[in-house]
Write a protein that binds this ligand. Structure first.
Ligand code: HEM
Length: 527
């Protein structure tokens, strides 16, 4: 992977690092070729029923076949070597690639109990306290407890509904900024606006207010932006644990992670302390039935005894809301706006729907208005199908050897489910699979009955099974109301001299895949 090579080079530019590296590197090369040859022999003798694999290189395995956009390279490889399942070796790490709805159903439903874990990550261990969050915790008692906590107390349908005013207020702030730009006839940075919206909403949910004016909200955004590449990226020592044992690489990653953790600690400890000092007296007087308006920190304080939560575990769970909720929702929104700019007929049809449901004099589209907007939902689904925020899901990890469709998947394998490739496969979506056609999700369309709740394995933007995204309702509520408002009051144009076809679609890989360029558009108040 090109970005691994980059990362490697960046971190090892000091001459002493190269000297330090030479000897271990030599030992590493020799030892790896021996181990790999022996392992291959044993595998072939023991079990000829492994999933298909392309030819591999010594040491690197299949790393050289995976480019800077792994979801794209893995699709091309799967088309040649394993339409359903394919086994790769990235460095020393075995990776199962899943590329069809049938195989995804086997992994996420039939054998979910085997594949519901996560591999060890040094970064998650440090930044997420163990990891003690939900997203990175290995399958087991702690994960079950933490997951139960967030699904029964933090991300319930009732709680998401109770955040309606927060969403509408945050959205109105964004609309006011767009209104000012429209009045002045200037362009806006849509990426930045959508990013602040998702960030301020997460802050409101976690702390009860956005802290926008005090600058804390920006601090969170910056920290998420600094942490995400490390947490979601491919770190070299994960591919070459043997090399990491010499310490050069793990020291670099460890030092970076520890710096980030100190910054998070400072921010989160202060917030929890603030809440704790107000919580105790309030808790005594509180009505046990009325906790709907509580923010997430208060809720965690109120259930910490029941769930046996320490301070670090509380912080880790809060971090899930920042990492799970900000980038994903902002990316889905931005990708949808890009698709709409490139398909003006869809934009017009969507505007017609929203404007017919909500009269012009009503400045803001409220959440009650959304129920009559079937095309809006179809547009968002189509955008999630073509360019979901998390194209390979978060890698799963096999806890045991397991037989899937006549092939054997060993224990200790990372599993990448290529939902991006599955969502564009003409075998399941027809000849127009690469085109943006929201009508397919409307009544009478070819995918009218296909939903994202985890029952339709050709469409998995939020995954399925035990590890399915618990923030689906939270994320979709934000995406729907914001998109409806963006197209209700405003028409959108490209900056002077640019065409929608000029919008650069290059993306940068991470757990969440972003466009590289900022989306700059000119809002016009609707006539
Ligand atoms: C539109 C927005 C969102 C999208 C597209 C999305 C997508 C995903 C995906 C694909 C996964 C990985 C599932 C797997 O590994 O099988 C995931 C996991 C997760 N998401 Fe979301 N997500 C969104 C919003 C949110 C929000 C708002 C939150 C929290 C407030 C959240 C919290 C989480 C957590 C905690 C996990 C880990 C679950 C586990 O490992 O048990 N997500 N999400």
């Amino acid at each position: 992977m090109a970005n691994i090579a980059h990362q490697f080079m960046r971190e090892l530019t000091a001459p002493q690092a190269w000297i330090l590296l030479l000897l271990p590197l030599f030992l590493f090369l020799v030892r790896y070729s021996l181990i790999a040859r022996r392992a291959r022999k044993i595998r072939q003798q023991q079990d000829p029923h492994l999933p298909p694999s392309p030819p591999a290189l010594p040491v690197l395995g299949h790393l050289h076949l995976v480019g800077s956009l792994p979801h794209v390279s893995l699709r091309s490889l799967a088309m040649k070597h394993g339409h359903d399942l394919m086994l790769l070796r990235l460095g020393a790490m075995p990776v199962l690639v899943v590329s069809s709805p049938r195989a995804a159903e086997a992994v996420l439903r039939a054998h979910d109990h085997v594949f519901a874990s996560r591999a060890h990550s040094l970064v998650a261990e440090i930044v997420l306290y163990g990891p003690s969050d939900v997203g990175f915790a290995p399958y087991g008692d702690y994960w079950r407890k933490a997951r139960k906590l967030i699904t029964t107390h933090l991300l319930t349908v009732k709680r998401v509904q109770s955040l309606r005013h927060a969403r509408e207020e945050e959205m109105s702030t964004v609309m006011a900024r767009i209104g000012e730009a429209a009045a002045a006839g200037v362009a806006v940075d849509v990426s930045d606006l959508l990013g602040s919206f998702a960030n301020d909403l997460a802050c409101r949910a976690v702390m009860g207010k956005s802290y926008r004016d005090e600058g804390r909200s920006k601090l969170f955004r910056q920290l998420v932006a600094d942490t995400s590449p490390l947490l979601g990226g491919f770190n070299v020592e994960e591919f070459f644990p043997f090399l990491a044992r010499f310490g050069v690489l793990s020291k670099v990653v460890r030092a970076k992670s520890e710096r980030l953790r100190r910054r998070w600690d400072e921010l989160l400890d202060r917030l929890i302390d603030d809440h704790e000092s107000k919580y105790e007296p309030m808790a005594a007087a509180s009505d046990p039935n009325k906790d709907e308006d509580d923010d997430f920190i208060h809720i965690l304080l109120s259930v910490r005894q029941e769930y046996g939560l320490g301070r670090e575990q509380m912080k880790a769970i809060l971090l899930d809301v920042f990492f799970g909720g900000i980038d994903t929702a902002a990316t889905v929104l931005e990708n949808t706006v890009v698709q709409l700019m490139k398909s003006p007929h869809v934009m017009r049809k969507l505007q017609a729907e929203v404007r017919s449901v909500v009269p012009k004099r009503q400045e803001i589209v409220g959440e009650v208005d959304l129920k009559d907007m079937a095309y809006l939902r179809a547009v968002i689904k189509e955008s999630l199908r073509l360019q979901g925020a998390v194209p390979l899901l978060a890698p799963h990890f096999s806890m045991d050897t397991c037989s899937v469709d006549g092939v054997v998947i060993p224990a200790g394998v990372r599993v990448m489910i290529n939902v991006w490739a599955i969502g564009r496969d003409p075998r399941f979506w027809g000849e127009d699979a690469e085109e943006f056609v929201p009508e397919r999700f409307l009544d009478g369309g070819s995918a009218a009955d296909v939903g994202f709740k985890g029952n339709d394995f050709q469409f998995l933007p939020f995954s399925a099974g035990r590890r399915q995204c618990p923030g689906m309702n939270f994320g979709m509520a934000a995406v729907e109301v914001m998109l409806a408002n963006l197209v209700h009051q405003f028409d959108w144009e490209m900056p002077a001299g640019k065409e929608a076809r000029d919008i650069d679609m290059s993306v940068e890989f991470g757990l969440v895949v972003h466009r590289k360029e900022k989306l700059i558009l000119v809002p016009k108040l609707r006539a």
